[in-house]
Design a protein around this ligand. Structure first.
Ligand code: NAP
Length: 265
């Protein structure tokens, strides 16, 4: 028996990258999985690849930029499994464009997917967790949720916003036994830069060198499960890029000079 055996885990952004690796990791531990993203066929692929079936998993396609029917989706999970134990708000989109070249519509789109989509799902699930008097909510931030970087003004803003939201929520629901974990990955080898949006809404379609050299999504998922088990509140996952967080905290002026000299990609 694992801590996650028979737990009902809803993962957004489950069709690729870190989300897909999380589906595998939770499936191995015997959890019941609800997997969401826009691409249904990719979710079906992940379901099969993770050895899941229609008894122990549910595919719920959704677009984080349009969550008006989110309560219907949550109800479908309750109808099938009766509860939701863990919500992993992992779905998200990055940006590769200078602020001056990013239209306000794209700024709003990134906020809608990364921030408001996450908030909408969380608010939809929260009443059930409060009623159960148990639950765990995970928010996927980034090191860009701790400091800004070239080409990521809206992305970084959306991830910073998650910290304010989930830190407030964490204290509000502490006595209801509902936990909040904020995850800040550094460089993880996924298609995040390939799928990133340009300033006019096109696809960046380039694999960043640093992302390509990053930690595997599987290792990232492993560290997230470990952090949930340990009831961590905030974790950083990655390699030497994580040093920037500590340098900013203790030497903000030095940080400002150093980060400016980093290769913008
Ligand atoms: N890889 C990194 O280095 C890194 C670093 C820090 C933080 N992160 C964060 O980790 C999370 C997962 O990213 P990843 O690295 O695994 O990249 P990825 O492979 O591009 O995965 C992104 C996931 O989000 C889903 N998604 C994107 N837009 C969506 C929308 N409008 N509605 C619903 N789902 C949507 C995608 O599925 P569909 O396209 O099928 O909708 C996909 O499953 C993101 O929140 C990202 O910001 C990644």
């Amino acid at each position: 028996m694992s801590r996650f055996t028979d737990k009902v885990v809803w993962i957004t952004g489950a069709s690729s990258g870190i989300g897909e690796a999380l589906v595998h990791a939770f499936a191995v531990e015997g959890a019941k999985l609800v997997i969401s993203a826009r691409r249904k066929e990719e979710l079906e692929r992940v379901q099969i690849a993770s050895g899941l079936n229609h008894q122990n998993s549910l595919i719920l396609p959704l677009d984080l930029s349009d969550t008006k029917n989110i309560n219907d989706l949550t109800q479908q999970i309750i109808n099938k499994f009766g509860r939701i134990d863990i919500l992993v708000n992992n779905g998200g989109i990055s940006q590769r464009a200078l602020t001056k070249d990013t239209s306000l519509d794209i700024d709003r789109q990134i906020m809608e997917v990364n921030f408001f989509g996450t908030v909408a799902i969380t608010k939809s699930v929260l009443p059930y967790m409060l009623k159960q008097k148990s639950g765990h909510i995970i928010a996927m931030s980034s090191i860009a949720g701790k400091f800004g970087f070239y080409f990521r003004s809206a992305y970084s803003a959306s991830k910073h916003a998650l910290h304010g939201f989930f830190e407030s929520l964490r204290m509000e629901i502490y006595n209801d036994n509902v936990k909040v974990l904020v995850v800040c990955p550094g460089k993880i080898k996924t298609n995040i830069s390939v799928n990133a949006v340009t300033g006019s809404g096109g696809k960046h379609a380039i694999m960043d060198q640093s992302t390509n050299e990053g930690l595997s999504a599987e290792e990232c998922a492993k560290q997230i499960l470990k952090a949930i088990k340990a009831n961590e509140e905030e974790i950083f996952i990655g390699g030497k890029e994580l040093k920037a967080i500590w340098i900013k905290r203790f030497f903000p002026k030095l940080f400002s000079k150093m980060i400016r000299r980093q290769k913008p990609e």
